[in-house]
Write a new protein. Structure first.
Length: 302
């Protein structure tokens, strides 16, 4: 008598959830990742295409302008690059707000509120962390007197910007681009003035009588202060929103591509931040001014 053959039941794909999860995750990544944003670069659109370099003019970095490499010129340069991401953000909101389609209003509100969060956290971190540390380096508590006044000049308008967006956040159909632009117009002048002036203020600290001597331990400590603050200020503001916003408003082609590799983040990590962390709010980033470090056509103006 032949032995009984026991057949194992065939396993269903339902018994292997990983086989279901992998294509789902790939599909989500393809549909949500900023890596797949398809807007053409600005070059392809022609020189007449409005972009995020107006109405507020961008800042020329001190190192590009003067070729100096002291710690304050370097610190001011890195601050200028950060400021330019914020200014491109302002301009991209301003340029696109009147042209947002009804179906895109909720996403645009999320994008604009992320810009506000970027600016607000940047301001707070300067006041709480950077400014006191630089004052300690120079032994001078008056160096930021003008900067504090400049901050106060636009904070009220910035608060109105957030207040309006919060009022329509849960009812995006009521969003009015014209109303938002009117609010932005009200604080644009002091905002632009400050974001340019602060760069000059920092660069001019190289001439301060207490500025650390080149090659000294004090200079190394001051340099470390700028570097550590620069590394942390954006990341602690928000990995899923502010960081992708920042990176997607960086133009690596500016100033003869001098800053194409700034900030100095390893390429795989930068890619992951934009395309994995950035996928969480993926629908917001279509309004960004850049992709892959290059200017791109503003989505709402296409």
């Amino acid at each position: 008598m032949e032995p009984t053959v026991t057949y194992q039941p065939r396993r269903s794909i339902l018994d292997r959830p990983i086989l279901i999860a992998i294509p789902i995750l790939i599909g989500l990544f393809i549909t949500r990742s900023p890596f797949f944003m398809s807007a053409p670069t600005l070059d392809a659109a022609g020189d007449q295409q409005p972009w995020a370099d107006s109405p507020i003019t961008l800042v020329t970095t001190p190192q590009f302008e003067t070729k100096k490499t002291d710690i304050f010129t370097t610190g001011a340069t890195h601050m200028a690059l950060l400021h330019n991401a914020i200014l491109r953000g302002y301009n991209s909101v301003y340029q696109q707000a009147p042209h947002v389609k009804p179906t895109d209003k909720a996403d645009f509100i999320g994008y604009a509120l992320t810009w506000h969060k970027f600016v607000a956290t940047h301001h707070d971190d300067e006041e709480a962390t950077l400014f006191p540390k630089v004052e300690a380096v120079l032994g001078d508590t008056d160096i930021w007197a003008g900067t504090h006044k400049e901050h106060e000049a636009f904070l009220g308008g910035l608060a109105e910007f957030e207040k309006y967006l919060r009022s329509v956040e849960t009812k995006p159909a009521e969003f009015s681009g014209e109303a938002l632009v009117k609010i932005m117009d009200a604080f644009q002048e002091p905002f632009e003035q400050h974001f340019h002036s602060e760069i000059r203020t920092i660069a001019n600290l190289a001439a301060h009588p207490n500025a650390p001597k080149p090659g000294s331990e004090e200079e190394a400590a001051a340099s470390a202060t700028f570097k550590s603050w620069g590394k942390s200020t954006v990341t602690k503001a928000g990995t899923l929103d502010v960081v992708p916003f920042f990176l997607l408003n960086l133009d690596g082609t500016a100033e003869d591509a001098m800053w194409a590799n700034w900030p100095p983040i390893p390429a795989p990590i930068k890619w992951g931040i934009v395309n994995i962390a950035g996928a969480y709010h993926s629908r917001w980033w279509k309004f960004s001014s850049c992709a892959g470090g290059r200017p791109r056509q503003l989505y709402a103006l296409q």
